[in-house]
Ligand binder design. Sequence first.
Ligand code: AMP
Ligand code: TRP
Length: 322
Amino acid sequence: MRVFSGIQPSGDLHIGNYLGAVKQWVNAQSSDALYCVVDLHALTLQIDPATLRTQTDDLVAMLIAAGLDPATCTLFVQSHVPYHAQLSWLLECVATYGELTRMTQFKEKAERQDGYRVGLLTYPVLMAADILLYQTEQVPVGDDQRQHLELARDVAERFNNRYGAVFTVPVGVQPPAAARVMDLQEPTRKMSKSVASPLGTIYVLDSADDIARKIKKAVTDTDGEVRFDWEHKPGLANLLELYSGFSGESPSAIAARYHRYGDLKGDLVDLVVTELTPIAERYRELRSDDVALRQLANEGSEKAEAVARQTYRRAAEAMGLQ
Ligand code: AMP
Ligand code: TRP
């Protein structure tokens, strides 16, 4: 089963990224899985060049620390493989302006700034190119990427109908729990790298004390009953989803075992700290050797490029390029 997914080096990894995406990637890793640090995507918003370079290394180290084994799967950096940008251009000539302006994430991000970049609009086409270059069957992502994935499918189908069967049409896969982790202080808004919410976001590299403080202060409600109910008790439902993401039990089964919010929060702190502490330790080790880390990423890029080249050539030829 060919698996592909990507993540932006646009800020520190939080437990939404970890549970919604990275943990699934680790579970799905095989010699047929490719995971990509999408640095080209990070250029769609303002980012300092030195920061981008550092955060790309940080994220490669973090993904390995979280359990991706570069000897098993292919872990690489998007801009190292030129075919992503090249296929993206071909697909921009297949996707329509209407499709792109309808994307919710584009509308939200464009609203927040004047003079947004064209890349913010064409972002999902580059994402489609990422996926389609590798004849991907499954794309493990969080819930917020559903619409982008639909676009990748539509573009693949349209291309195949117009120019011949070149691309596999991918499907998105979401984790059973924690596909959309919400901010701990504002449980109606998703936990996000780009919105600063110091108490509402738990980072994978947070200390045990910070994790405990954030979970203890997480917003719940005043009725006091432990029940899994997103509509009426979003703060508690979010904590139960998190618990489920870390323990594997279903949120309702967890709710049935607790009578007090404080007990639930205390056990959740232990679960999170137990899983994240060794990741942070491995991360610090890996990050102390830049040369070895870059070497691993370069090896991944070579493996990825060999696959991408074949698909790109077939697509270019099908469209009439010489
Ligand atoms: P990004 O940080 O936008 O590059 O996202 C990387 C991956 O994390 C994608 O698969 C997202 O769907 C996933 N993700 C981001 N935020 C959340 C969240 N709050 N809950 C669950 N998954 C998320
Ligand atoms: N757009 C995705 C996000 O922000 C990141 C991404 C880029 C991606 N290319 C991808 C995810 C390809 C899955 C497959 O989360």
